[in-house]
Design a protein around this ligand. Sequence first.
Ligand code: F6R
Ligand code: MG
Ligand code: MG
Length: 380
Amino acid sequence: MLAKVVYMARKTTISLIKCDVGSLAGHHIVPKPLLNVGEKNLKKALEKGLINSYYVFNVGDDLQLLMVHERGEENPEIHKLAWDTFQEASKKALELKLYGAGQDLLKTAFSGNVRGMGPGVAEMEIEERGSDPIVVFAADKTSAGAFNFPLFRIFADPMNTAGLVIDPKMSGGFKFEVMDTLENKKVILKCPEEMYELLALIGTVQRYMVSRVWRANDDLICSVGSVTRLSLIAGKYVGKDDPVLIIRAQHGLPALGEVLVPFMHSYLVEGWMRGSHWGPIMPVSVKDAKCTVFDGPPRVVALGFQVSNSRIAADDDGKPMISDLFDDHAFDMARTEAVEYASMLRHMGEFEPARLGIEEMEYTTLPQILEKLKGRFEPA
Ligand code: F6R
Ligand code: MG
Ligand code: MG
């Protein structure tokens, strides 16, 4: 007799925590010795049973720790694991005299949660469905507002996501939590009813950022992003926030292909070179996730996997099965567009709109230059 497969509703947490701990040849890539620190510590945590699965990777100069466990969001032990790993990797970076060692570790005393201390965090606790496909995105040389545009396309735009039109499970629409990062406030807006209000806010990508998305019918969580502004934590320019994002796909949610289609074209994001320029996003494989031209163009990576019984579904050798989603010719056009837009923007040099507007430049070194000239301004 065939055994009946029973799917248990168990709670699984996906944590993606990242940090710039120092990099090779400028703000370029995380070299192997630092990735090894991540690998060693997460392996140990796996053996101790703290986490059930992990995957260590880098996007440009950011060390990324992907962990799947059963301890919930904001768990002090998980956060300590990430914090200690970043500290150790920073120490290694310092020994090797790598560039910007410990760049994002803005605070020194750890008090149970890495949020607000420099590292970027996206965590999603879910009750596993019969099968739960997950996509994580990680970007370098930009900020969380960079995901506003694709998140709108994925969860609110019927011209992007056919399921909004065709799949009755999605017909109730989606709810977006939007953070006002300047005033530290948040609001929930429901689409399609409040689509215009949503766009009014999230079109301002520097200030308003989509932090969470739920399916409106049943409040099923389907997207969580890291929403921080390092400059507001540190009070001065300390690099961009280089965001991460977790999305759940399929079976009454946008299909994997609907999640990826916004990246068929490049679009402009803020945060290129010195966090002071607009730049075209370039979807790339992990292998190509290294910023070069003008410290960019800003790169984004997407990894696909399944969560299964609170772990990343693994192959016969127990190795997590991860698909490098942008490692595909379907994104060649976006990459070519990114190079073309990059060339156009760089042609403009330090003239707006290639450079960010004055408000954003306040969080760079521009105030120091204005200070120098202060005494020389006369009434006109
Ligand atoms: C870092 C970044 C880079 C640096 C730039 C100057 O996240 O975006 O573009 O801002 O390379 O770096 P420093 O001042 O360290 O020489
Ligand atoms: Mg750096
Ligand atoms: Mg970075």
